[in-house]
Design a protein around this ligand. Sequence first.
Ligand code: HEG
Length: 147
Amino acid sequence: MVEWTDQERSIITGIFSNLDYEDVGPKALTRCLIVYPWTQRYFSSFGNLYNADAIKSNPNIAAHGVKVVHGLDRAVKNMDNITAAYTDLSVLHSEKLHVDPDNFRLLADCLTVVIAAKMGNAFTPEKQAAFQKFLSGVVAALGKQYH
Ligand code: HEG
C-alpha cells in the first residue's frame, strides 16, 4: 500500500482540480503516438494516423485522449487503493485490448511532459515527485491483471 503525505495529496488534488482535460488529454495521447509510433497499432480503427499532422488533427484520438485522462480520476478519488480502482480497466487492457503494459509508462511520461509544459515553473520538483509517484501507482495498477 502506498503511503501519501498531506503535501503529496494536496499536490495531486491541486493538479487535477486545475487540469484542462480537453487540452491535456489529446496532447498527451498524440505525443505518445508520435514519439512511440508502435503504440499506434492499438488504434487502427481510429482512422488516419499517417503522420504527425494526421494524428494531431484526428478527432477520434482527441476524444480518446480526454477519456484516458478522465480515467485517472478514479485514482485521484481512490489514492489509498489505486490497485483496486483499476481492476476492471487492467482486465480490459490485458484480455480484450491486448495492450503491452510497457506502454502505460510511455503514456504516463507523455502526460508528465504535457503538464510540465503547461505549468512551467509552477511544476516544481516537489510537484513532479508527487505526480510521478501517483502515475507510477496507476501504471502498476493497470499492469496488475496481466499474467
Ligand atoms: Mg487505455 C480504452 C484508460 C493507457 C489503449 N483506456 C481505455 C478506456 C479508459 C482507458 C478509461 C475506456 C475503457 C472503456 O471503454 O470502458 N488507458 C487508460 C489509462 C491509461 C491507458 C488511464 C494509462 C495512463 N490505453 C493506454 C495505452 C494504450 C491504450 C498506453 C495503448 C498504447 N485504451 C486503449 C485502447 C482502448 C482503451 C485501444 C479502447 C479504445 C476504443 O476502442 O474505444
